[in-house]
Structure formats: structure tokens, C-alpha cells
Write a protein that binds this ligand. Sequence first.
Ligand code: G3I
Length: 315
Amino acid sequence: ATTLGAAAAGKGKTFGAAVANGRLGESQYATTLDTEFTGVTPENEMKWDATEPSRGSFSYGSADAIVNRAQSRGQKVRGHTLVWHSQLPGWVSGISSGSDLLQAMRNHISNVAGHYQGKLVYWDVVNEAFEDNGTRRNSVFQQRIGNSYIEEAFRAARAADPGAKLCYNDYNTDAVNAKSDAVYNMVRDFQARGVPIDCVGFQSHLIVGQVPSSYQQNLQRFAGLGVDVNITELDIRMPTPASSGNLQTQANDYRKVVQACVAVARCTSITVWGITDRYSWVPDTFPGQGAALLFDNNYAKKPAYNAVLEGFGAT
Ligand code: G3I
């Protein structure tokens, strides 16, 4: 028998999970994490509301706990996320001047990325800055600072942690479409102008039976730009309670995603957005849906688990 992490390692890749610090005291949660996964992304603990709840006052306790725990076990840590419109403390949204917000953003990045300097493999520097139609999301950063806020964030992150690979991360960019075109064009523009960017994260919050037909082609075109590509928040949701037919379809979907990553050399990691269906974000956001991960509510391996091993060629 092998594990998710060992199967991925056979192809030179990392297999990670989003982790909630508050669950690490639960023995099945911790055991599953340590047995199966070679990478960790803090699910909420590095977000702005957690790390700088009031201006200039930083708190790293729960994020440090995840990072230290992972490092002592040789698991790779992905930082998530420095600049995002959500889980933003009220004081940030309340800043009315662009120059003041830019200063606050730079200070946030230099403190948080500086605190973790040398400890993280990847940073999701900017998260979800585009709309599905490829225009910029009208976030407080976009409104007050304008288009330049993304490159300002990447420059600040590079200065704070020169060794971390700096990523742009988004959802609904998993196919060749208007949104992924916009990200693709941004990466090319950054490269042409010397703005640091090393990787693109594809969240891959998917729906059962709907892996985009252009999934691999999309990863490949970004890899062709010379950046790493990462599958950062994979889950595949379905109506609950899950039917056996949907669980089988989900397994085929997971296999396809893994095979796409295996086929693209620059696809260096796959992270699933949680360990167990029991604690997934999906039912809270999409009532009546869930069962999106590889372990069920009782930590039993689902059909998708074996399909992931197969996708890596490990069975
Ligand atoms: O910590 C508080 C707790 O004190 C309070 O009692 C409780 C009551 O609601 O809320 C807790 O905060 C919740 C937090 O998760 C921690 O559990 C928030 O309400 C809840 O909104 C938050 O949800 C997170 C969500 O991001 C917020 O947008 C999910 O856990 C997290 O999985 C999800 O992750 C995002 C990625 O960061 C970016 N991509 C999409 C993905 C899914 O939405």
C-alpha cells in the first residue's frame, strides 16, 4: 500500500492539504495528515484578518503552529494569502486614500512574508483579483490603488522573502477561458516588464462530472511561459448525500486532474482543500452539496482516493 504523498513523490510532485489549526488536536485528523500528505496550506491562519487584525499589530500564533508542525515533519508549506478582498479586517476596507492603502499593503506584506522568510516554498501573493469575464475585480485595492496594486504586491513579497516562489492564485481559471486568458496576459506582461512572478495557482474547486476538457492544455500553456503551475485548492463537489454513481464519477474526475498534472512537468504540486468531508468549506457555502474530498466524514478512503493513486501510476 502506498500513500497520496508517496504516489505524488514518484512523479516528483508534492501532494498537500489545506489544514485548520483548530483541528490538529483531533487524532484522526492529524494522523491522516501526517500519513498521507507531503504539503500543507493553512486554510485561514495566514489571511489578513488573522495576521494583522488591527493596523500594525501582527499575530502569528495559529499560523506559526501549522508551519512549525509541518516543518518538523518535512512537509512543504504554501503561504495563503497576502492580498485578497475577502477575510479582510474592517480597518483595511476603511482606508480611503490610495497612497495610504498602498503603504498599508506594503507593510502587511513585508511583515507577514518577512516573518516566514525562508520557511515557505510558495506564496499566494494575490488571490482572486479577476472577474470571470477577465476584467479586474472591483476590490478595495483595485478601487483605491488601481491596476498597479498586483505588481506592487509581488515586488513587496520578493523583497520580503527572496527565496519563496511567488504565485498568483484564482478560481474558474481551470479551463482556457476569458478569466485564465486575463491571468495569462498578466503573467506575460509581468515577465516583459520585470515584475517578479514565479507560479500560477489554479484553485480547481470543481463540480462532479465537470472537469474542463481544456484543463491540461490550460496548465500547459502557463507552463510554457516558464512559471510553475500548482493545483492549489482541489475539491470536487456533488449533491449530498453522495450517490455511489457520483462517487465513481468523482473518482474519474480526480484521476483526470492528477493525470493532467503528471503530464505537465512544471505542475509541481496538487493541494486538496481539506482532509475530510466532515470539515470542508463546501456545505457552508453551497447548502446541499459536499462530499468533495478524498476522505469521507469518518476518514474512510473514498473511490477518489484510489483514483488519485492510479493517476500517479502508483497502483
Ligand atoms: O473563526 C471564526 C469563529 O470564531 C466563528 O465563531 C465562526 C462563526 O461563523 O466563524 C469562524 O470563521 C470562519 C472561518 O472560515 C474559520 O472557520 C468564517 O466564518 C468562514 O467564513 C471562513 O470560511 C473560509 C473561507 O475561505 C472564507 O472566505 C473557509 O474556511 C476557507 O476554506 C475558504 O477558503 C477559500 C480560500 O481561502 C480561497 N479560495 C476559495 C476558498 C473557499 O471559499
